[in-house]
Design a protein around this ligand. Structure first.
Ligand code: PEP
Length: 255
C-alpha cells in the first residue's frame, strides 16, 4: 500500500500574511480529506506562522529546501534543526529550479536527504529531465543518474522514508503537462530503478509524485496511473480551491 501524497510548493510567492490566509483556506477545504497526505510548502519566512495555522489539522508542513550542514557561516541558508523545531514534516530537495539556478547537484541532494532523514523528516526528492534531454534520448540515463545519486548510501529502510517527485522540467510552470502515458512510463522506470537497488517490496512502498502543470483538469487522469502516487503542485497550489481540486480525486484511489 502506498500513500498518495500531494504537496503544494508555493515557491517565492505570498507574503507572510498572505501565506497565513492561504494556509487557513487549505485547512478549511481539506478538513474532510482522509486518504491523501496533504502538505503545503510556504517560504521559509512564513513557515512558523503557517505551522501555527495548520496545528491540529490534517495538513502537513513542508519546506522548500534545506542546507546539509548543522550550523555556521552559510549566509542565507537554513538548517534541518531549524525546520524540525517549527514542525516541518517534509522537505523538498533537488527541485529543478534549485538545480538549474542555484547549483544543486546530485551530491548536494544526497547530503540534504541524509540530513533531513537524520532528524525524522521526510525528503521529497525531485528528479526530471529537460526537454533537450528527453529529445536527445537521455530520459532514462538522466533519471538513473539522479536516482542513483540521491539514494547513495541509503538503506532500504531509509528509502522507505522518502518520497520522489518526478517532474519533467519542460512541464514545470509551462502549462504543458506530460500525458498520462508519458508520466506513467517515467514513473514505472523510476520504480524499476528503486526495485533494482532496494528490492521490489521497498520499491512498491515508495510514493512517487508527478509534478509539472498539474491542475484540477488533468489530476484525475494522472493520479489514476498505476505508478503515480500524488503530485507536487506549483501554480495550482496558490489557491485553495484549485489545490483541493487536485487533492480530491486522490481520495478514492487505492495504490
Ligand atoms: C513545481 O514547482 O514543482 C511545479 C510542478 O510547478 P507547476 O505546477 O507550476 O508546474
Amino acid at each position: 500500500m502506498r500513500k498518495i501524497v500531494i504537496a503544494g510548493n508555493w515557491k517565492m510567492n505570498k507574503t507572510v500574511a498572505e501565506s497565513v490566509k492561504l494556509a487557513a483556506d487549505v485547512v478549511a477545504a481539506a478538513k474532510n480529506i482522509k486518504n491523501v497526505v496533504v502538505a503545503i510548502a510556504p517560504t521559509y519566512l512564513a513557515l512558523a506562522k503557517v505551522a501555527e495555522v495548520i496545528n491540529g489539522s490534517n495538513v502537513k508542513l513542508a519546506a522548500q529546501d534545506v542546507h546539509w550542514e548543522n550550523q555556521g557561516a552559510f549566509t542565507g541558508k537554513i538548517s534541518a534543526d531549524m525546520l524540525k523545531e517549527i514542525g516541518v514534516d517534509f522537505v523538498i530537495i533537488g527541485h529543478s529550479e534549485q538545480r538549474s539556478y542555484f547549483g544543486e547537484t546530485d551530491e548536494t541532494v544526497n547530503k540534504k536527504v541524509k540530513k533531513v532523514q537524520s532528524l525524522g523528516m521526510t525528503p521529497i526528492i525531485c528528479i526530471g529531465e529537460t526537454l533537450a534531454e528527453r529529445q536527445g534520448g537521455q530520459l532514462e540515463s538522466v533519471l538513473t543518474r539522479q536516482v542513483t545519486g540521491a539514494y547513495e548510501g541509503l538503506s532500504g529502510d531509509d528509502a522507505l522514508r522518502t518520497v520522489i517527485a518526478y517532474e519533467p522540467v519542460w512541464a514545470i510552470g509551462t502549462g504543458v503537462t506530460a500525458s498520462d502515458d508519458e508520466a506513467q512510463q517515467a514513473h514505472a522506470f523510476v520504480r524499476n530503478l528503486l526495485a533494482t537497488r532496494f528490492g521490489n517490496s521497498v520499491a512498491q512502498s515508495i510514493s512517487i509524485q508527478y509534478g509539472g502543470s498539474m491542475k484540477p483538469e488533468n489530476a484525475a487522469g494522472l493520479l489514476a496511473q498505476k505508478d503515480i502516487d500524488g503530485g507536487l503542485i506549483g501554480g495550482a497550489a496558490l489557491k485553495a480551491d484549485s489545490f483541493l481540486g487536485i487533492v480530491t480525486p486522490g481520495e478514492t484511489l487505492d495504490k
